[in-house]
Structure formats: structure tokens, C-alpha cells
Write a protein that binds this ligand. Structure first.
Ligand SMILES: [Zn+2]
Length: 272
């Protein structure tokens, strides 16, 4: 699942292929931009912000978000695409590269001057030059009673964490995700850990939070329902979580997300 580290790596790949080069051909395969042609413009800059990705060409900025299924690939000219062409939403070509955006959750093109507004609401970027623990802590604590599991996922607090890191971070810090943000022991340590985890993974294809790269051992809890906890042997649980806590549905609704945890290592906070 794409999170801040995935987008960071994607940006690096696209930067290497596009930055400083002239677009020789562009195709937008979405209705809104079907007639847009950016050929002849030079790609000035490619940058990520949390889970958002920006590509500037001339006065235009292409903004995309991978959401659940999106991906950007960069191919050498003539190289075979590794995903079906019907999934492509945008193709940007230079003399030697083709960058293809597949199934992007968001794809929009705006003026350079409007691009900043797209991320103005986001909290500090875990992988950005603006990363600031104090600011992230302050934003989280504006809603002190909110469960930390929800707070970590809210990109307005800090940008870059998705479902996988949310579960992993709560496990490593021994936190039930329903723990009120204000009751979290050493919130700064949790935020510093979030930064370290994403930073360690920003350049590698296989996400790893355990320090063990062996297949099936790379994550503590995410995706490991009914398997024993690496620390205590208790079976890992999977829950749907929403603002009010765990919910009972079989599949997540729009407001619910999946969280994995060890009920022993992440004891439930005592009611106050
Ligand atoms: Zn455990």
C-alpha cells in the first residue's frame, strides 16, 4: 500500500527520468484533461509532499495521489510496460523516457501558483525538509481525546503515514490505537520513531519495520492476523477502526480502516 516512503521513492525515480528534460509528447487519458498537451515544456521539478506527488512543467503542475492502487512507472523508450495500458491515466514522454501514471487516485493539473495551496492543509512531511516534531505534536494534541491510531493517519497532523505504518508504530510503542492522544506516553518518541521508520524505508522496495528482511518477517503486525506476535506469541488481531473505536463490520466502510495489533503487547488503556 502506497505510503510516504513509496511516494518519496516514486518521486526520486521520476526526477531521474524527467527533471531538466523537455517533454516530447504527453497524453492525459482522463476526460478533464483529454485535450491538454504539455509537449515542448521542460520538467523543472519533481517533488513529493507526504503522499502527494508534484511534477512541474513550464507553468503547469501535475498533482497526483496514489491512493490505494496507483503507481508511477518510468520506462526507457521502447521498453515494455509492466502494467496494462488501460490502467494508464497519464503518459509523459521525453526523448529517452516514458513516465506512466496508472490508476491514480487523484490526477489534476494546475498553475504553478496554485500548487502550494494543495498541500497547505497538510502537517509537516515526515520525509520533507519541513519535518518538525513539535509542530506534529501540537497538531495532534489539538484533539487530545482522539485515538492515537486515528491521529497518526490524519495527514493534517503529519504527512506520510498510511495504514501499514500506523499499525507498526502503535505496536512498537506498545500502544492500543484507541489510546487518547493526550495519554500517549512520550508522544515525541512515537513521532521520532515514525520519522526513522519512513526514512529507513524511503530507498528500499521491500518495506521493513522489524530489521529482519526475511520474507514474511519484515513487519511486526500488519497483515499478520491469526499469526503469533514475534515478541510474545499471542495471536495478532485485525480490527476495523473508526473515530469511535473498533467497529464490527466485515469490510471497511468509507470511515473505517483496518488496523492490526497484538492484544498483549498493546494493552487497552484503562478507562478514565
Ligand atoms: Zn505481543
Amino acid at each position: 500500500m502506497p505510503e510516504g516512503d513509496t511516494v518519496y521513492r516514486t518521486a526520486a525515480k521520476l526526477r531521474a527520468a524527467l527533471e531538466g528534460n523537455v517533454l516530447s509528447r504527453t497524453q492525459f487519458r482522463v476526460n478533464t484533461y483529454a485535450n491538454l498537451d504539455l509537449a515542448g515544456l521542460t520538467v523543472a521539478r519533481v517533488w513529493p509532499h507526504g503522499k502527494h506527488l508534484f511534477i512541474q512543467a513550464g507553468d503547469h503542475v501535475i498533482h497526483s495521489h496514489l491512493k490505494m492502487e496507483g503507481a508511477w512507472h518510468a520506462y526507457r523508450s521502447g521498453e515494455k510496460w509492466r502494467k496494462p495500458a488501460w490502467q494508464a491515466r497519464v503518459v509523459l514522454e521525453t526523448d529517452s523516457w516514458q513516465a506512466v501514471g496508472y490508476r491514480l487516485g487523484i490526477l489534476e493539473v494546475m498553475n504553478t501558483s496554485d500548487a502550494g495551496a494543495r498541500t497547505a492543509h497538510l502537517g509537516p512531511d515526515l520525509l520533507g525538509s519541513d519535518w518538525d516534531i513539535g509542530q506534529a505534536r501540537e497538531r495532534i494534541l489539538t484533539r487530545p481525546a482522539r485515538g492515537i491510531g486515528m491521529a497518526l493517519l490524519d495527514q493534517r497532523n503529519l504527512a506520510g503515514i498510511g495504514n501499514v505504518y500506523r499499525s507498526e508504530l502503535c505496536f512498537v510503542r506498545g500502544l492500543d490505537p484507541r489510546t487518547p492522544a493526550a495519554s500517549v506516553h512520550d508522544l515525541d518518541a512515537l513521532l521520532a520513531l515514525a520519522h526513522r521508520m519512513l526514512w529507513a524505508n524511503k530507498d528500499r522496495a521491500q518495506r521493513c519495520t522489524t530489521g529482519n528482511m526475511r520474507r514474511g518477517h519484515t513487519l511486526w503486525v500488519y497483515g499478520r492476523e491469526h499469526e503469533p506476535c514475534w515478541r510474545c506469541g499471542t495471536l495478532i488481531q485485525r480490527h476495523l477502526i473508526a473515530e469511535e473505536g473498533f467497529t464490527q463490520g466485515a469490510r471497511p466502510t468509507a470511515d473505517e480502516r483496518i488496523v492490526y495489533l497484538c492484544p498483549t503487547c498493546q494493552a487497552r488503556p484503562s478507562p478514565r
